[in-house]
Write a protein that binds this ligand. Structure first.
Ligand code: HEM
Length: 379
């Protein structure tokens, strides 16, 4: 029971279905979760201090649980005592999986250390929970609108139905792939915005403009108008990629030419690594790469296109490119548009360093933010 089981179950199947499923997810996110930040942040007081990293992790778990796993999960996470016992068993189980997928366990997945043990136990228990939900849906003939249901109803190309084990593996893999990455990029977005007032002001101004045109309405169309916020998220991802590197094996001999014109060959079977945290800071692609500058993606500059289609590889590239990119932007935009409309925020802890010990890179330590309620008006 290792890493591979956790995230690599039936990739082919994931690819056949995921793209169209994640497109449908946009609707689900909007139907159920547009209103969700309101519920969640209603629990914050008039003013106070929170650990943004922790809060965003929680809210993204709730969104993932509703959109991917469905109502049954969401309800069990929500419970009656949301603040006191926020996420109960399922949240703890997913944390167990995340903590058990670190650099050591990547190299030594079977090594008998507590993190690996907790990860494997969590995976077994989560699988049982997913099985119970699938069986209860089948027994009662209940059909829900979520990714779990789509996977349950899917068939392979040759007509075979998906097995319970494959569905459970894929759903756990999806949450693993999507929740933690989105919560880290959301946290970095906040840390970057709150330390760069010029861009925070631009995001606030954009929200005012949107409120003027669309009032409180939020739908796919309104979210797609949030271009400044989109670029701020994209730039936070470039500055603080969640992945160390992308690994590929060459299927044939290839020749590569450097920008200086030197050519060299790479033999078939070699393993190549794109170190995203380096390639996203190349100065011949990104002007002043260490500077947080979301406008670098705007028309007229479009620096992410300068070095070809893999210049911006925060979501990977090629056949294994992240299928959740659009969904990730949707949920992060929903959260941050709600935050800037309803709160004045100030970062009170020093800007976090990256925690390099994690498999999915994240801000190290707490990200403390002081908040005060406000109601953003259009003028
Ligand atoms: C800001 C958030 C996210 C970031 C930065 C991110 C980043 C990545 C990266 C770097 C890869 C590897 C791509 C490659 O090897 O070329 C990947 C793969 C993947 N991501 Fe995401 N991701 C995010 C959100 C999501 C979400 C929300 C989902 C689904 C709900 C998701 C599902 C997946 C899956 C299934 C894969 C494996 C694709 C494959 O190997 O074929 N991701 N992601």
């Amino acid at each position: 029971m290792v890493f591979h089981d956790v995230i690599c179950v039936d990739k082919l199947m994931v690819h056949v279905n995921l793209l169209y499923m994640l497109i449908q997810l946009a609707d689900i996110v909007i139907m159920y979760d547009i209103y969700f930040p309101q519920d969640y942040f209603a629990k914050w007081g008039e003013e106070g201090v929170v650990d943004l990293k922790d809060e965003l992790n929680h809210i993204l778990m709730l969104i993932a649980s509703r959109c991917l796993l469905g109502n049954e999960f969401r309800e069990s996470l929500h419970g009656n005592e949301v603040r006191e016992k926020p996420f109960g068993e399922i949240y703890t189980l997913f944390s167990g999986i995340e903590e058990g997928v670190n650099l050591v366990s990547f190299m030594l997945p079977y090594f008998p250390v507590p993190a690996n043990h907790r990860r494997d136990k969590a995976r077994i228990r989560l699988t049982e929970i997913v099985y119970d939900i699938m069986r209860s849906r089948k027994t009662c003939g209940r059909v829900e609108e979520d990714v779990l249901q789509k996977l349950m109803d899917s068939r392979y190309k040759d007509g075979r139905r998906t097995t319970e084990a494959a569905v459970a593996g894929m759903i756990i893999g999806l949450i693993f792939a999507g929740k933690h990455t989105s919560s880290n990029v959301s946290t970095w977005t906040g840390a970057c915005l709150l330390t760069h007032t010029k861009f925070l002001d631009a995001v606030v101004e954009e929200q005012r403009e949107i409120i003027r045109k669309y009032k409180d309405k939020i739908d796919y169309n309104v979210l797609s108008k949030m271009e400044t916020l989109h670029s701020c998220i994209k730039e936070a991802g470039r500055m603080h990629p969640v992945t160390l590197g992308l690994i590929r094996q060459t299927e044939k001999n290839i020749n590569v030419r450097t920008k200086e014109g030197t050519e060299y060959g790479i033999p078939k079977g070699d393993t190549l690594v794109n170190l995203v945290m380096l390639t996203s800071k190349l100065s011949h692609i990104y002007k002043d790469p260490e500077v947080y500058d979301p406008y670098r993606f705007h028309p007229g500059r479009e620096e992410d296109k300068v070095g070809g289609k893999f210049s911006y590889a925060i979501f990977g590239g090629g056949i294994h490119v992240c299928p959740g990119e659009a969904y990730a932007f949707l949920q992060i935009k929903i959260i941050w548009s709600h935050l800037v409309r309803n709160f004045e925020l100030k970062l009170t802890s020093p800007f976090s360093k990256t925690d390099w010990s994690k498999f999915v890179l994240e801000p190290k330590g707490k990200v403390l933010v002081n908040y005060k309620r406000r109601r953003l008006e259009s003028n």
